[in-house]
Design a protein around this ligand. Structure first.
Ligand code: ATP
Length: 422
């Protein structure tokens, strides 16, 4: 029996806020692989890790490639290390590239490490020790922090995944305004949504496929399948050269960062969770435009926040009222507040207790503490001071999900249009 062996390659932490993108570096490596007849097995992968990681440049993404482990493997290793040497933003203090080569099977232990890199913080030392223990070949540049993400990028199993097509600009244009025909992006969204998604934030008229940083990416289109990406690319018109493009398989928009918490007190700071709770108070806007309210269960309570960048989402949140039962999805950040990414209304509290209606048709008023009610119109009095339950109309619906707008959404957050896929 012939056993096919693979070489896994992980790359992370090559870029800086001033430029580069690890996906671009990967696309250059892939081009050189092609020139040397080195074929990729499956798509290159873009793996998003812990959204709270301290040293991330933007979206905390690492890249992995898989090739056959044959006589070309040493050449592949050489190409990867050369490109990382050549293209990484070494001048930036926070750019500390790490490259991993691994030629064994991906074990359960490695998969668990990858989930830890999404849920928790890992140190460089820990990653190095772990990598060595499972037989990774480790290459650290400067501090080599990138090995944390590189090991995770090769190890993470993808039970749910999406694709992203990234188109790259000519180096002469880096840092200049991107020449994208916005009309064509609207057309593309109309033609290809919901196969593609996160293209446009209609509430803000914001073109989400266009990065706002000086990186090599001209645009990135996200989708559930590769065919729709090809269609989308043909529709989007640009006024500058696309020097290269590449499709990545990714854990973006899968909610892979979200852990199920059985109750509120189980959740920890810098973790991302889904948890069920009862709304305790009417949401309030504070200075800066952030909106806060508490949810509680039998174990405790936590403050939930819909921050200013979530714009109109705050209007939706403002419709919550005490007694509503909701499932919230999000992460516990810096201030120990649960930063909501989306919520599902599980049980609306659509009962309001009001003063009774008098026989004459007028709503009664209180006759004083513990003295029942009286009617101002006909003078009738009743001794019971029990208010009566009235069903009220709500702007929110049972079972429905409500989410932050595209412009404020995390890379890992699963949008509602993907909620029923897996
Ligand atoms: P981009 O999105 O443009 O690729 P980035 O946001 O991914 O940039 P990086 O330059 O990759 O930023 O830096 C993130 C750093 O955080 C990497 O060194 C990575 O190894 C490290 N890292 C990833 N996950 C964790 C984790 N769970 N704990 C600690 N460090 C982590």
């Amino acid at each position: 029996m012939i056993v096919i062996k693979y070489l896994y390659i992980g790359i992370d932490d090559t870029d800086s806020p001033d430029g580069m993108c690890t996906t671009y570096l990967a696309s250059q490596i892939i081009n050189e692989f092609k020139d040397n007849a080195i074929e990729l097995v499956d798509y290159p992968r873009l793996i998003r890790l812990n959204p709270f990681a301290r040293f991330k440049t933007r979206g905390n993404g690492g890249v992995s490639l898989k090739i056959l482990n044959n006589e070309k493997a040493d050449l592949a290793r050489e190409i990867v290390l050369n490109e990382v040497e050549k293209l990484s933003m070494f001048d930036c203090d926070n750019t500390n590239p790490g490259v991993i080569f691994y030629d064994g099977e991906i074990t359960e232990e490695m998969e668990n490490y990858a989930f830890r890199a999404i849920y928790e913080f890992i140190t460089i030392e820990e990653a190095e020790k772990f990598g060595k223990s499972v037989g990774c070949e480790i290459h650290k540049f400067k501090k080599g922090r990138g090995i944390i993400g590189s090991i995770a990028a090769i190890s993470l199993p993808l039970s749910d995944y999406t694709y992203e097509l990234l188109a790259y600009r000519s180096a002469d244009n880096y840092g200049t305004k991107r020449q994208i025909d916005y009309e064509s992006v609207y057309m593309m969204d109309k033609e290809t949504f919901p196969d593609t998604f996160e293209n446009i934030d209609y509430s803000e008229n914001y073109i989400a496929i266009e990065p706002k940083t000086p990186c090599p990416v001209l645009y990135g289109i996200r989708s559930n399948n590769v065919d729709s990406l090809h269609t989308a690319k043909n529709i989007v018109k640009v006024g500058e050269p696309i020097v290269d493009w590449c499709i990545f398989k990714t854990n973006q928009h899968t909610d892979m960062h979200i852990q199920k918490a059985d109750n509120i007190s189980d959740m920890k700071q810098y973790g991302c969770y889904e948890v069920i709770g009862e709304v305790k108070n009417v949401p309030k806007i504070i200075d800066g435009g952030h909106m806060f309210f508490f949810i509680f269960d039998e174990s405790g309570e936590i403050e939930c926040g819909a921050y200013e960048p979530t714009k109109n989402f705050r209007k939706i949140v403002s419709n919550l009222r005490p007694g509503d039962i909701i499932k919230v999805f999000g992460g516990i950040g810096e201030q120990n507040t649960f930063n909501i990414e989306k919520f599902q209304m599980l049980k609306l509290n659509d009962i309001e207790y009001q003063n009774p209606i008098c026989e004459c048709g007028k709503r009664m008023t209180s006759a004083g503490k513990n003295k029942g009610f009286k009617c101002k119109k006909c003078g009738k009095k009743i001794t019971s001071d029990k208010k009566v339950p009235i069903k009220i109309t709500r702007n929110l619906k049972n079972s429905q999900f409500y989410e932050t707008p595209v412009s404020a959404r995390r890379h890992l957050s699963k949008p509602i249009c993907r909620m029923n896929l897996i």
